[in-house]
Design a protein around this ligand. Structure first.
Ligand code: ASP
Length: 343
């Protein structure tokens, strides 16, 4: 390998990908990730130098939290100058939340950070882990004209590279577990690895990487459903420390028109708590004012999440609250795309 060989750091946090089956008991158990090259000898054939690091205690991604997001970001920052691309392995269950959050935490990122995982453990005969891991590393190592092709946070799964903050987990059992319904794939892997150049983020490389670590704002996601009652909504919104609310609405951003519903929302908005309107639909976005059932939301100052995912909205809301954006500017700031997460 020459001097220009890309250096890749593999960060293992936990999840199915790092497990093997104990054929006696049939149970899944984590294996020592330092031995990854023994489990996948093909890694030695890749045209890059791979280092590994792992959480001392790997976690199931159901136990992910903002503290772990920051831990991942700090590992990336600590090796940012000498590593060309990062591959982060997490469980798939909350991978869209984690990778969306990392896209906001890593301000001025200009190197590839590629998340992947698998539906079947690496030690399983029919595993999808090998392809996901090998191609994620290739994506992170891909360069053109002396610079990384990907300069943002991506999620690679089952032959497709997505912009991480556009993804959502859509299947608990198909190998094709993720989708990015409102944004084209960044790359597709077939006989060739084809990048979708016109849809890649191009950050300003003069600015240094910075971590936005204040993510402890108290926020809630409230999903509407037919028959949702006044007592439930008022109980939830009485949460004394509430700093921000994501309202998962119907269709193009529609909600009940009853007076009690409007009053409950108005009460928190008047306290200076931002309310973000995100659609429950898997694709498309919010267009407040398009139907009569969203005019009241628009009039009271509910913020449009446009076509952002709930996973991304949650991280963005926490980020902007952490930055102490004044309430009068919050709507404008939220409705701007920061990392290509909405349009
Ligand atoms: N429960 C696992 C996790 O998310 C599933 C997976 O790894 O895909 O950690």
């Amino acid at each position: 390998m020459g001097n220009n060989t890309p250096q890749i750091l593999l960060i293992y946090t936990g999840g199915t990908i790092g497990m093997v089956k104990d054929y006696k008991s049939n149970a899944l158990k984590p294996f020592d990730f330092e031995n990854i090259k023994v489990k996948i000898p093909e890694l030695k054939l890749l045209d890059c130098k791979i280092e590994t690091t792992a959480f001392s205690e790997p976690i199931d991604s159901s136990d992910m939290s903002p503290e772990y997001w920051i831990k991942i970001a700090e590992i990336i920052k600590s090796r940012y100058d000498d590593i060309d691309g990062f591959v982060v392995l997490t469980g798939t269950d909350t991978m869209s939340y984690t990778s969306s959050a990392l896209s906001f935490i890593l301000e001025n990122l200009s190197k590839p950070v590629i998340f992947t995982g698998s539906q079947l453990p690496i030690g399983d005969l029919r595993t999808d882990a090998k392809e996901n891991l090998i191609t994620a590393i290739q994506v992170a190592a891909s360069r053109k004209n002396d610079e990384a092709i990907i300069q943002e946070v991506g999620l690679y799964f089952e032959y497709k590279l997505y912009r991480a903050n556009r993804t959502t987990k859509v299947s608990s059992e198909q190998f094709e577990a993720f989708e990015s319904p409102n944004y084209p794939h960044l790359a597709e892997s077939g006989v060739h690895l084809n990048f979708n150049d016109s849809h890649l983020l191009r950050p300003d490389k003069k600015l240094p990487l910075q971590l936005q670590k204040k993510l402890d704002a108290k926020v809630l996601v409230l999903k509407l459903f037919p028959g949702i009652s006044e007592s439930v909504v008022s109980h939830i919104l009485k949460y004394p420390e509430l700093e921000g609310l994501i309202l998962e609405t119907y269709g193009a951003g529609n909600a009940p028109t009853s007076q009690w519903f409007s009053n409950s929302l108005l009460k928190i908005i008047q306290k200076g708590i931002p309310v973000i309107n995100v659609t429950q639909c898997i694709s498309g976005g919010v267009l407040m004012g398009h139907y009569e059932t969203s005019v009241h939301l628009k009039n009271m100052g509910v913020i449009s999440g446009k076509n952002i995912t709930t996973e991304s909205a949650l991280a963005k809301l926490k980020l902007l609250l952490g930055k102490k954006i004044p309430f009068e500017n919050f709507k404008r700031e939220f409705e701007l795309s920061l990392r290509g997460e909405m349009n």
